[in-house]
Design a protein around this ligand. Structure first.
Ligand code: SF4
Ligand code: SF4
Ligand code: SF4
Length: 271
């Protein structure tokens, strides 16, 4: 064992890794973009793997492993399974890991469009797992920090609470609750498809507060009222197919499963 390794294993701090499979790296970058936050995290834990800030490889046991990205091929699947075996706590970091996000759009895309859009040369290699899925479909995770990218303050709060031995709870209420605090007008009244009423908040309604519809990047609330939401949108003159397409952008895997359960496929067949 090198002196450096010996020193870090003797720190008594939790061993932590930040990993990314198929994604845009926006989630892990959201951890390092704010230097003060990064320093807080580095001081509190023993970071063993984080390819953006350290080159050293480590394949030992981990206390906490953050994983960004969706599983889109066999390599991703094997990677998350290995990380699971090595880690006491796995955290799905960001909407790709928690909900499949943009990669999972392939599940509902017209195959003809996919052939046109994919890099032809790599086509066969890239599609050995036909349906891109969140990591939660392949391994058990202890925690999910959703969002595209996840909220930096929430990551920091999560690390603090876990280090203090507390249980971390996701924000339970819909985006509308936080949005209303800003006292803005509601985008639904402008005929826009805003998913705030059925989407888990905790992002301070950042999109709606800046005039953009919520696309549901933090996934659905535990008690999302789909029937009421579709009815409300219909009253606004927006058909269910359009609404469902918005829903599928970030959290389609979860949305389709939820709709299948409540309506025996009625909503899932909309397109
Ligand atoms: S959740 Fe968003 S920011 Fe994170 S990897 Fe996926 S696309 Fe990038
Ligand atoms: S703009 Fe969206 S998030 Fe805000 S209150 Fe209206 S529906 Fe809810
Ligand atoms: S407002 Fe909606 S889309 Fe925007 S960050 Fe929050 S959950 Fe994501």
């Amino acid at each position: 064992m090198t002196e450096e390794k010996k020193e870090t294993t003797e720190t008594g701090k939790p061993k932590v890794a930040f990993h990314d499979i198929t994604g845009c790296q926006g989630c892990v970058l959201s951890v390092i973009f704010n230097e003060d936050e990064l320093l807080d995290i580095i001081n509190a834990v023993d970071i063993k793997e984080f390819r953006f800030i350290m080159g050293e490889k480590y394949d030992g046991p981990l206390d906490i492993c953050f994983i960004e990205g969706a599983v889109v091929n066999k390599e991703d699947e094997e990677m998350v399974k290995k990380l699971r075996e090595r880690s006491k706590v796995v955290v799905a970091l960001g909407a790709c890991a928690t909900h499949g996000n943009i990669p999972s759009l392939k599940n509902w895309a017209d195959p003809k469009n996919l052939e046109r859009l994919q890099y032809q040369k790599k086509h066969e290699q890239m599609i050995d797992v036909p349906n891109p899925m969140p990591i939660t479909k392949f391994i058990k995770v202890e925690y999910s920090l959703p969002g595209c990218p996840p909220d930096r303050d929430e990551i920091k709060k999560f690390v603090k609470e876990i280090l203090l031995g507390k249980q971390f709870y996701s924000y339970p209420d819909p985006v509308c609750r936080e949005c209303r605090l800003f006292e803005n007008g509601c985008l639904l009244d402008e005929g826009k498809v805003c998913l705030g009423p059925i989407t888990r908040g905790g992002c301070r309604a950042v999109c709606c507060h800046n005039g953009f519809e919520c696309y549901g990047c933090r996934g659905i609330t535990d008690d999302a009222q789909f029937e009421e939401y579709f009815k409300l949108m219909e009253e606004k003159g927006i058909d269910a197919t359009t609404v469902k397409k918005h829903m599928e952008t970030f959290a389609g895997v979860e949305i389709n499963e939820a709709l299948e359960k409540i309506q025996e496929g009625k909503w899932a067949k909309l397109h």
